[in-house]
Design a binder for this molecule. Structure first.
Ligand code: BGC
Length: 313
C-alpha cells in the first residue's frame, strides 16, 4: 500500500497548509514572535501563524521548487534560498538526497551551507498511515519513541522551554503502545495541543533508532533512525480545511502521524558560515508477518544495555 500521505499534483502540495510530505525549512517548529538574535543582532521575520513563525515562514522550503536530478540510486534535490528570504540572513544552499537501499530503507540526507550565520532546523514532514494513506484513523497504530523526556507547550503551541520526564504520563512511548491509548487522557498538555504535538528528546547521539510505528493488521512496521536530537510527534490533530489527497482519498484529523526528527526547539540551531549542516533520517520498512521478518528484524532491533536499563525502570 501507499503509506505516506500526499497529493496528485504539484499545485495541491503548494496549496496545502499541513506541510504534507515536504522538507521543512528554514526552521522547523515555531519561533516566538518571529524574533531571534545572532551575534548581538536582532532579526524580526514576518510571522505566518498569528504572532509567531511556523515552519520557516513565507516562503518556507515547502513552497519552493527544488532542482531535481538522479545520482546513482538517489534522487537529489537542490535548493538555493537567497540571503534575506523569509527574513532570514545568509544565502543557504541545501541538498537533500533520497536513496533506496537493498534492505527496504529510504535514507534522506540533508546537507546545507550558509554565506552568513543563520538559523537552520530542517526536518521531513511525512505523514504516515501504515494501513494505507486514506485509512481514516491512525489511533490503532503502535508507536514507540526512544525518549525519556519531552517538552511541554504553552500559549501559541510554543515550547515553554521546560523539559519533563515522560514517566507516568501519556507521553511515555518507551514501551510500544497505540497512539490512541492515551491521546484522550485528561492531561493538560494533551488538552492544550488537542492531542500529541510535542518534541521528544530522543536518547543517545549519532545515528540511532529513535522511533518505530507498527500496524498490527498488516504487519507493517516503520522504524526511524536519525542523528538528530529530537523528534516532534504530531497526530494530525486538526485540519484547517478538508484535505483531499492522492487518488480521491480524504485525510481527516488523526488519520496519520508525523514523526519529525529535528534540532531541539530550545537550542538556537545556528549555522555558521564555515560550518556544514549535515543530518540523516533513515526510514526502514519491514513486515512482522512476512517470512523474512526474523532475518530483517534481528538487524533492525538493537537495544543497548544502557537503554534496556532505562526501560526496566
Ligand atoms: C507542528 C504542528 C503544526 C503542523 C502543521 C507540525 O509539525 O508540530 O503544531 O500544526 O506541523 O501541519
Amino acid at each position: 500500500a501507499d503509506i505516506a500521505l500526499g497529493f496528485d499534483s504539484a499545485e495541491a502540495y503548494l496549496a496545502d497548509d499541513n506541510y504534507i510530505g515536504c522538507i521543512v525549512g528554514r526552521y522547523a517548529g515555531r519561533i516566538a514572535g518571529g524574533r531571534f538574535e545572532i551575534d548581538g543582532r536582532v532579526y524580526q521575520v514576518p510571522c505566518n501563524e498569528g504572532p509567531n513563525l511556523l515552519h520557516g515562514g513565507n516562503p518556507g522550503f515547502h513552497r519552493k521548487l527544488w532542482r531535481a536530478s538522479i545520482e546513482a540510486r538517489s534522487l537529489r534535490l537542490d535548493l538555493v534560498s537567497p540571503d534575506g528570504e523569509a527574513g532570514f540572513p545568509g544565502e543557504v544552499r541545501v541538498t537533500a538526497r533520497y536513496s533506496f537501499t537493498n534492505a527496504f530503507e529510504l535514507v534522506l540526507s540533508l546537507d546545507a551551507q550558509t554565506t552568513a550565520p543563520t538559523l537552520l532546523n530542517l526536518t521531513h514532514h511525512a505523514y504516515w498511515n501504515l494501513a494505507g494513506a486514506g485509512a481514516q484513523s491512525v489511533l490503532g497504530h503502535e508507536l514507540s519513541i526512544e525518549a525519556t523526556q519531552y517538552m511541554p507547550v504553552g500559549a501559541g503551541m510554543l515550547p515553554t522551554g521546560a523539559i519533563e520526564p515522560v514517566a507516568h504520563t501519556p507521553f511515555d512511548f518507551l514501551t510500544p503502545k497505540t497512539i490512541g491509548r492515551d491521546i484522550g487522557a485528561d492531561h493538560p498538555q494533551l488538552i492544550a495541543a488537542f492531542g500529541f504535538d510535542h518534541a521528544f528528546l530522543t536518547e543517545g547521539a549519532g545515528l540511532r533508532r529513535i522511533a518505530a510505528l507498527a500496524h498490527a493488521l498488516s504487519g507493517r512496521r516503520l522504524t526511524i533512525h536519525s542523528d538528530l536530537p529530537c523528534l516532534q510527534l504530531y497526530s494530525l490533530n486538526a485540519t484547517p480545511s478538508p484535505i483531499h489527497g492522492k487518488g480521491g482519498a480524504t485525510y481527516p484529523a488523526r488519520s496519520a502521524v508525523a514523526l519529525e526528527p529535528q534540532g531541539l526547539p530550545s537550542a538556537r540551531n545556528i549555522l555558521q558560515r564555515d560550518q556544514e549542516y549535515s543530518s540523516v533520517i533513515r526510514y526502514m520498512l519491514d513486515n512482522t508477518s512476512s517470512p523474512s521478518y526474523e532475518r530483517t528484524s534481528s538487524r533492525h532491533i538493537t537495544v543497548s544495555p544502557s537503554r534496556s536499563t532505562k526501560r526496566a525502570r
